[in-house]
Design a protein around this ligand. Structure first.
Ligand SMILES: *[C@@H]1O[C@H](CO)[C@@H](O)[C@H](O)[C@H]1NC(C)=O
Length: 348
């Protein structure tokens, strides 16, 4: 740039009198930037892609739950279609999950549970104009035989009924649901799939060039799974399939974290729980979970403490968030932006 002439140097010497204040300003700006960066780092999960933790209510002004519930082919089917949908998303829960976990309890769905991560995934999807379809597995986990045909039929029936057949269809499955989605992708045509905290059942299928672009969202703390995902990533890439991965890392709890993530749990209870976790040694001095949320004796600790949850069902919501903070085998909505960006990059 400076070779273009000596004008820059001339203007430098011309403004020589301002050099010190300019340098000073630059220094201050750099300092401010560094402070901001440092502060920002403090309240971000240390995920490689990062994502500011979203409040449970952050979609309130954009989109509300208004699901339709139907019992079909022996299972619960729950969906919502936003105005002018641009895509379809089928979501498959993990073992022990149900379609009701993805939607808040409401007059339209009195049995709905609205687990914190599940509900935020759906709200993200609806806000981005994805029509969302959730189906319960018949057993505790998904099975990989006839159930694939049943789900394929339900998706087709629903897409036809609501005249969504021109839209690209996506699927996201977690754990057992991730395995299920990885196989379903050989039965029907998806524009892209997300396989969450699962390596997929690629050993059990023939991958052809028609296999959809696949995004793995996983928690590398689960080391053996990480290795299997690495192998599948390489295999799919070698077959010419578009693949990517998002690694979800642990992050520290804060006193407000549970109130921020769980509808119906206020700041006072959230802070009391945080203190309890500290007293019980569940978290270290930086707020990181020391052990898996399933391994700690949360229920007993709660019973001993005098903390009254507004609703005992919130126990599962709390446990989900603790597992998420520990970054071990749990459904996550923290990477929703990256997931939906990936979907939107594969709309055809
Ligand atoms: C699912 O239910 C529909 C309507 O009741 C029925 O026509 C269809 O055969 C069923 N599919 C399976 C696989 O049972």
């Amino acid at each position: 740039m400076f070779r273009h002439g000596n004008k820059p140097s001339r203007s430098w010497s011309g403004t020589g009198g301002f050099r010190v204040p300019v340098l000073f300003t630059v220094l201050i700006l750099v300092l401010v930037a560094l402070i901001l960066l440092f502060r920002h780092d403090g309240d971000k999960p240390s995920s490689s892609v990062g994502s500011v933790k979203q409040k449970w209510s952050s979609f309130e002004s954009l989109v509300q739950f208004n699901p339709t519930v139907e019992f079909r082919n022996g299972t619960d089917v729950i969906w919502q279609i936003p105005d002018s949908p641009k895509a379809v998303l089928f979501v498959a829960h993990g073992c022990g999950g149900r379609a009701i976990n993805f939607w808040d309890k409401s007059p339209k769905c009195p049995n709905c549970v609205g687990l914190p991560e599940e509900r935020l995934i759906v709200l993200h999807a609806l806000a981005r104009k994805f029509a969302v379809l959730t189906i319960s597995s018949v057993g505790k986990c998904w099975s990989f035989g006839e159930e694939r045909m049943i789900v394929k039929e339900i998706i087709k029936w629903w897409v036809d009924k609501y005249k969504l057949e021109k839209l690209p269809v996506f699927a996201l499955g977690a754990s057992s649901g991730g395995h299920f989605v990885s196989m379903l992708a050989t039965d029907m045509s998806f524009s892209s799939i997300t396989v969450m905290i699962a390596e997929g059942l690629f050993d059990h299928m023939d991958i052809t060039r028609g296999y959809p672009p696949t995004l793995f969202v996983h928690m590398p703390k689960d080391e053996s799974r990480r290795q299997r995902i690495d192998a599948n990533l390489r295999m799919l890439k070698d077959e010419g399939i578009d693949v990517a991965e998002i690694k979800c890392m642990e992050f520290p709890l804060s006193p407000n974290f549970l109130a921020d993530r769980i509808p119906g749990l206020d700041n006072t209870v959230s802070m009391k729980l945080f203190d309890l976790f500290w007293d019980k040694g569940f978290i270290d001095k930086n707020g990181y979970m020391k052990a898996d949320g399933r391994a700690i004796h949360l229920k007993a600790a709660l019973r001993e403490s005098k903390i009254v949850l507004p609703d005992m069902h919130l126990f599962h919501h709390i446990q989900e968030e603790l597992n998420l903070a520990f970054a071990y085998h749990e459904m996550t909505s923290l990477q929703s932006k990256q997931i939906f960006d990936w979907f939107e990059a594969h709309m055809s």
